[in-house]
Write a protein that binds this ligand. Structure first.
Ligand SMILES: [Zn+2]
Length: 304
C-alpha cells in the first residue's frame, strides 16, 4: 500500500475508489481505526504528531504541526463557510432507491440507513443557500462521511437541483467535493449522474451563472471526471488527493513508477488542472473575492 492509499480516509465507502474491496469484518475494523477516536488525543495521519482533539477542532481540522487538511464532515464544512443565521437547507429528504436490489453481504438500503443514522442526513450531498462573508450563494457540499461521498442518483439529482436553484435565485454556485467516486451499488445509474451533473452545470453556465468548485481530500473517480472539473473556477485544498483511478491501479496498469506528489493538489496545479490551492483558513476570504469578481455576470434563466 502506498502512502497515498494510507492517507485517503476510508469508511462506509460506496465509491469506486473506496473501501468496498474490504470484506465486512476488515471494513468494520478499519472503520473503527479511521474514524476520529473518542479520546482527547489523536495521531495526525500525515506527520504522526499527537494532536489535542480540541486544538484540531479549533483549527477547523488542520494539523497544527504539518498543516495537513483533514477531511471535513459536510455539516462542519457548511458551518465553517456560511455566515451565522443565513443557512437554509434545500432538498434534505430525497432518499436513495435500491433499483438494482443490490446486496453484497449487506443490502444496499441497510448501508444507506446506517450512514443516515451516523451522519444525521439522508444523503451524501448537502445543498442549501446562505452567505459567505455577506455574498449570497447556493452551496453544495459532498460529504465523505456519508458512504465515502459517493455519487448515486440522489447526489446527481441534488447537484442538478442546486444548479437550478442558483439559476432561480440568481446566485453563484459554490461546490465542495470529497468523494470516492460513483456509487457502485447503483451500477450504471450512478455513472449516468456524471453526464447529468455536467449538463446541469452547462445549462447554469449558459444562463450566465458563475460556479466555483473546491476539491478537498480526497476527490476521486466519477466525481473528479464530471462536475468537480467543469466549473468556472477550480480550487483545491493543500495536499488533497485528486484523481480518477487510484495511484496503485495506475501504477500496476502502466507498470511504471509514478512521479513524486502524483495526484496531489500541488502536482495538479503545476499541470494546469486546478486554478489555485487555498488553505482552509483563507477559504472564505478567497471565495468572497472570487464572488466579487463575478458580480457583473447576469443570470437569465431560459424560458421553457
Ligand atoms: Zn500533521
Amino acid at each position: 500500500m502506498s502512502d497515498d492509499d494510507k492517507k485517503a480516509p476510508r469508511g462506509d465507502n460506496g465509491g469506486e475508489n473506496g473501501g468496498e474491496r474490504l470484506s465486512e469484518t476488515r471494513f468494520s475494523r478499519t472503520r473503527k481505526k479511521r474514524e476520529m477516536p473518542g479520546g482527547l488525543w489523536l495521531k495526525c495521519e500525515n506527520c504522526g504528531q499527537m494532536i489535542y482533539r480540541k486544538e484540531l477542532e479549533e483549527k477547523s481540522r488542520v494539523c497544527p504541526a504539518c498543516e495537513f487538511h483533514f477531511t471535513l464532515p459536510g455539516k462542519e464544512r457548511v458551518a465553517h463557510l456560511i455566515d451565522e443565521d443565513t443557512w437554509k437547507e434545500y432538498f434534505p429528504d430525497i432518499r436513495a432507491l435500491d433499483r438494482l436490489e443490490f446486496n453484497d453481504q449487506i443490502p444496499y438500503l441497510d448501508k444507506v440507513r446506517r450512514a443516515e443514522e451516523r451522519t444525521g442526513q439522508a444523503e451524501a450531498l448537502i445543498c442549501g443557500s446562505g452567505a459567505i462573508e455577506g455574498r449570497e450563494v447556493v452551496l453544495a457540499v459532498l460529504d465523505f462521511s456519508f458512504m465515502g461521498g459517493s455519487m448515486g442518483e440522489v447526489v446527481g439529482e441534488k447537484l442538478a437541483l442546486a444548479a437550478e436553484l442558483a439559476t432561480k435565485l440568481k446566485r453563484p454556485l459554490v461546490i465542495f467535493t470529497s468523494s470516492g467516486g460513483a456509487r457502485m451499488h447503483e451500477g450504471v445509474l450512478s455513472l449516468m449522474q456524471m453526464a447529468k451533473t455536467c449538463a446541469a452545470l452547462a445549462e447554469f453556465g449558459d444562463a450566465g451563472g458563475f460556479s466555483v468548485c473546491v476539491m478537498t481530500h480526497p476527490t476521486t473517480g466519477g466525481v473528479t471526471a464530471s462536475f468537480a472539473s467543469v466549473c468556472d473556477v477550480t480550487l483545491a485544498e493543500p495536499g488533497a488527493l485528486i484523481g480518477f483511478a487510484g495511484p496503485r491501479v495506475i501504477a500496476s496498469t502502466i507498470r511504471q513508477e509514478l512521479p513524486a506528489g502524483f495526484q496531489r493538489a500541488e502536482f495538479l496545479l503545476e499541470k494546469g488542472q486546478i486554478d489555485r490551492i487555498v488553505r482552509r483558513s483563507e477559504m472564505k476570504s478567497m471565495l468572497a473575492r472570487l464572488l466579487d469578481y463575478a458580480k457583473g455576470s447576469k443570470i437569465e434563466p431560459k424560458k421553457r
